[in-house]
Design a protein around this ligand. Structure first.
Ligand code: S3P
Length: 169
């Protein structure tokens, strides 16, 4: 039986895990969150990895976890961390191992979602709230060329599960 892998990419707070879980349920696929996979493999939380080993080590762990998703035996939706497509050759790897979808959102929406979430995000932790939207706009801009390599793109504004499902049917 063929195994399908669909990788969701996009900036922090765009809803990769939220939409990934819903899409996986509706397609009867498994769901894997790459950050959770890294945490399981390393026995540490993402903030602990950043604090103890730094970002470069985190990016190496992230690449290894991504390559591991090739071993998954069932069709799976994989939500990736916001930086995953932008390091090593991860975007080409994802495009080779499966299908890729960029979930696009405005800096305003991303800021709102980041602030309301309980997840601790080392990359934006030190950015003061008043500067967050501008920080996100600039950072997103620097990552866009990677996200744009995804095969599919959807804006999360008013997004419906049916729209997502249609892409993969
Ligand atoms: C990161 C995003 C995070 C996580 C790590 C680094 C990034 O994932 O991988 O904190 O560089 O954008 P989410 O996009 O799920 O927040």
């Amino acid at each position: 039986m063929d195994v399908t892998r669909i990788y969701l990419v996009g900036y922090m707070g765009c809803g990769k895990s939220y939409w990934g879980k819903r899409l996986a349920d509706s397609l009867s696929f498994d769901f894997v969150d790459l950050d959770n996979l890294i945490e399981e493999r390393e026995g540490l939380t993402i903030p602990e990895i950043f604090t103890q080993f730094g970002e470069a080590s985190f990016r190496n762990m992230e690449q290894k976890a991504l390559l591991y998703t090739k071993e998954l035996k069932k069709s799976t939706i994989i939500s990736t961390g916001g930086g995953a497509p932008c390091f090593h050759n991860n975007m080409s790897v994802m495009n080779t191992m499966g299908q890729t979808l960029f979930l696009e959102a405005s800096p305003f929406v991303l800021k709102h979602n980041i602030l309301k979430s309980d997840d601790e995000r080392p990359i934006v932790k030190a950015v003061p709230e008043v500067e967050l939207e501008t920080y996100i706009a600039n950072h997103l801009n620097s990552r866009l060329s990677f996200y744009q390599q995804a095969q599919f793109k959807c804006n999360v504004d008013g997004l419906k599960l049916e729209d997502l499902k249609q892409l993969f049917q």
